[in-house]
Ligand binder design. Structure first.
Ligand code: A2P
Ligand code: MG
Ligand code: MG
Ligand code: MG
Length: 324
């Protein structure tokens, strides 16, 4: 019996419902709205956050949820039509009889919790830019206790598994391994294991599609020094952690963009992915070898960049980074 059996069951069901909503929205190529920081957000980001937060609050009323989105923009009168559309999508994918515009706003704002001794962190759509391009995105949910991620669920509805089946749901519980399954009900989970260095066809590296989110030039030179000469797998969102966990890449590098020295990573962009890779025998640190900090703040203020590996090559990657 898993130590987080109830949490896992509720979280998987919540992410599964949100994935159905996101895929439904994606069929129509949704227009993007712009947030105050100029980053895009869609009706699916809001719908996914509303669905997941409400289900978590019903089951764990005392747990804070630290989510990416809030409704300050959505509450503006000019957003009335958007709110109506979001509410309709939530109603379609959620058999709760209290789906009203007012409640949808309330549920989204359940995600306004603070980092605490025990909390959930949620990115309702990670890789919104990928989602808008009809490319990869992830619904990422993690439970953190005392700064340690205990449970991570990552839904990647557009990601094909190694059998070519589209849609992968990744699940990891601390000390109990990482698994992937399809989105079907009662799908059989497959245990994940990172790639071995002698598996030359999968000894590749992954990085962001968005050159503004990282330092692609530096990443390619680091990979070269490690003997990886094949082109990077460019993919949006935390799905890159899924590639490393399932042995389809040995390394995911996210080095800070030199043009944006003040950017700090958010906990919801890494918590779920990190436990999934660690439980598949991989390793995750920042570029200086520091543990990612999920204990203090939404922003990982004392971490710089992220290095995600199969475990075996981790020390070597850190050494190369230090030398450069
Ligand atoms: N300058 C930046 N450096 C690193 N990550 C960033 C930067 N700007 C935005 N992001 C985040 O990168 C994530 C997408 O990652 P990827 O590029 O791997 O698909 C998003 O969560 C996005 O955050 P946000 O949601 O605030 O836009
Ligand atoms: Mg965003
Ligand atoms: Mg997001
Ligand atoms: Mg994100």
């Amino acid at each position: 019996m898993s130590s987080y059996a109830k949490e896992k069951e509720i979280a998987i069901e919540a992410v599964r419902k949100a994935a159905l909503l996101c895929e439904d929205v994606r069929k129509t190529i949704p227009p993007a709205m712009e947030k105050l920081d100029k980053s895009p957000v869609t009706i699916a980001d809001y719908g996914s956050q509303a669905l997941i937060c409400h289900q978590l609050k019903l089951a764990f009323p005392n747990d804070p949820i630290v989510g990416e989105e809030d409704c300050s923009e959505l509450k503006k009168p000019e957003m009335k039509e958007q709110l109506r559309i979001i509410t309709n999508y939530v109603r379609k994918h959620y058999t709760s009889d209290d789906v009203t515009e007012e409640n949808v706003l309330k549920w989204i704002d359940y995600g306004g919790g603070e980092v605490s001794q025990r909390y959930w962190t949620l990115d309702p759509i990670d890789g919104t830019k990928g989602f808008l391009r009809q490319d990869q995105y992830a619904i990422a949910l993690a439970l953190v206790e005392n700064g340690d991620v205990k449970l991570g669920i990552m839904g990647c509805p557009a990601l094909p598994d190694t059998n070519g089946h589209q849609g992968q749901l990744f699940v990891a519980v601390r000390n109990e391994g990482a698994y992937s399954q399809t989105f079907e009900n009662n799908a059989k989970p497959t245990r994940l294991q990172t790639v071995r260095c002698d598996d030359s066809s999968n000894f590749r590296f992954a990085e962001s599609v968005e050159s503004g989110h990282c330092d692609q030039e530096m990443q390619i030179s680091v990979a070269k020094k490690l003997g990886i000469t094949t082109a990077p797998i460019r993919m949006d969102s935390q799905a890159k952690y899924g590639l490393v966990a399932s042995g389809r890449a040995a390394l995911y590098l996210r080095l800070p963009n030199p043009q944006k020295p003040d950017y700090r990573e958010n906990i919801w962009d890494h918590a779920a992915g990190a436990i999934i890779v660690e439980e598949a025998n991989g390793k995750v640190t920042d570029m200086n070898g520091k543990k990612l900090n999920f204990k203090d703040n939404k922003k990982m203020n004392d971490n710089r960049g992220v290095v995600v590996s199969n475990g075996e090559i981790h020390e070597q990657v850190l050494k190369v980074l230090k030398e450069m």
